[in-house]
Design a protein around this ligand. Structure first.
Ligand SMILES: Nc1ncnc2c1ncn2[C@@H]1O[C@H](COP(=O)(O)OP(=O)(O)OP(=O)(O)O)[C@@H](O)[C@H]1O
Length: 309
C-alpha cells in the first residue's frame, strides 16, 4: 500500500462555523509533514475526516488511495493519536494495548514491541488513570504503532510536554519517516516543529496558506538578510537606515539588515567608522519564517501576540 494521505477539496461546516474550507494536500512517504495553524484553524477536524470520524460536506480524504472506512485492517494502514486521554483510567496500559491488538487480529508480541518503542517500560503495568501527560502521549503513540502502519498521524503530540519529551517525540517521528512512512503531525506552535518537520502544511480558518518544504520556506525567509554584530548598535542602525536599509534588532548586540549586501554593509560602516565584531548571512528560524508567511493573515495575529508575551 502507498504511504500517503490525500485530501481533495475537503469542506466541513459546524452550524455557521466553516471549520475546513476546500482543503487539498498530499502527505508523502519518507518525511515528517507538519500541519500548523492557530487554535481553531481546522487541523483536528481535518484529521477526524481523514479517519472517517467526521463526515465531510464535500471532498474526500484517502489513506493509501482508499477511504479509511473502506480499509479492512485499518490499524495496519493508518496509526493515529488524535486524543491521548482516550483510554479508560482504570485500565492498565499493557491491557489496553493487548485488547487493541486482539480486537484487530494483531499478534500479542506487537504489544511488547510497541511498549519498548514508545519507551513505556514498567509504566505499562500501571493504570492509565495515574499517568502523567507525557506517559499518556507515549501510550497513545504505542497504540498508533501497534499495526506497524505505513501512515501515521498525530494531533498535537508534544502539546504540554517538557523539552525532553518534545525531543524524544521529534526523534521518534524522524525515525518513523526514515523508515519510509508518511507522518503527519499537527501543532499550533511552529516552534514545536523546528528541527522536526521536513514539510509544512500551514492552515488558517480552514484554508491552506502554504504547502512547502521547510528548506524552501527557510531559504525564502532568509533571502538576502545580513546579520551584524556590533556594540555600537544605535550608530550602525542610523548609518544603515540612512542608506535605505531596513534594520531590526535581534539580541543585545545583533542586528538583522535587509536591503544592502554584506559587502555594502561593511563599506557603509567602515566609511562612518562604526566598529563591528561579526557579519554573516542570516539564517531565519522557522518561527520567523512562519511570522513572515502569515503576517497578512488576521487569524494568526492573536496567536503571534500571545506568544510574544
Ligand atoms: N463538533 C464540533 N461542533 C461545533 N464546532 C466545532 C466542532 N469541532 C470543531 N468545531 C469548530 O471548528 C473549528 C475548527 O476546529 P478544530 O478543532 O478542527 O481546529 P484545530 O486547528 O484543531 O484547533 P486546536 O489547535 O485548538 O485543536 C473551530 O472553530 C471549532 O470551534
Amino acid at each position: 500500500m502507498e504511504a500517503t494521505i490525500e485530501v481533495r477539496g475537503l469542506r466541513k461546516r459546524f452550524g455557521s462555523t466553516v471549520a475546513v474550507d476546500d482543503l487539498s494536500f498530499t502527505v508523502g512517504p519518507g518525511r515528517v509533514t507538519g500541519f500548523v495553524g492557530p487554535n481553531g484553524a481546522g487541523k483536528s477536524t481535518t484529521m477526524r475526516m481523514i479517519m472517517g470520524l467526521d463526515r465531510p460536506d464535500a471532498g474526500a480524504a484517502l489513506v493509501g488511495g482508499r477511504p479509511y472506512r473502506s480499509l479492512r485492517t485499518p490499524l495496519c494502514r493508518l496509526g493515529a493519536m488524535l486524543d491521548a486521554s482516550a483510554v479508560h483510567p482504570a485500565r492498565r496500559a499493557r491491557d489496553h494495548l493487548r485488547w487493541l491488538a486482539h480486537a484487530n487480529g494483531l499478534p500479542a508480541r506487537r504489544v511488547d514491541e510497541v511498549i519498548e518503542q514508545a519507551g513505556l517500560g514498567s509504566a505499562a503495568r500501571r493504570r492509565a488513570g495515574g499517568f502523567s501527560l507525557g506517559m499518556r502521549q507515549r501510550l497513545g503513540i504505542a497504540a498508533a504503532l501497534l499495526g506497524d502502519p505505513p501512515v501515521l498521524m498525530f494531533d498535537e503530540p508534544v502539546n504540554g510536554l517538557d523539552p525532553e519529551g518534545i525531543a524524544w517525540i521529534r526523534g521518534l517521528l524522524r525515525s518513523l519517516a526514515a523508515e519510509g512512512r508518511a507522518v503527519l503531525v499537527s501543532s499550533h506552535l511552529m516552534s514545536e516543529l523546528e528541527g522536526g518537520a521536513d514539510h509544512l502544511l500551514v492552515i488558517g480558518r480552514g484554508r491552506l496558506i502554504a504547502d512547502t518544504r521547510v528548506e524552501d520556506l527557510l531559504a525564502a525567509a532568509s533571502d538576502g538578510r545580513v546579520e551584524l554584530r556590533t556594540e555600537r548598535r544605535r550608530e550602525a542602525m542610523t548609518v544603515l537606515a540612512r542608506a535605505g536599509a531596513t534594520v531590526t534588532t535581534s539580541g543585545s548586540d545583533a542586528l538583522i539588515v535587509t536591503g544592502p549586501t554584506a559587502e555594502r554593509v561593511i563599506e557603509l560602516l567602515t566609511g562612518e567608522g562604526v566598529a563591528f565584531s561579526g557579519i554573516s548571512a542570516h539564517r531565519a528560524s522557522l518561527e520567523e519564517a512562519y511570522m513572515e508567511l502569515t503576517k497578512d493573515a488576521l487569524e494568526f495575529q492573536a496567536v503571534a501576540g500571545g506568544e510574544a508575551r
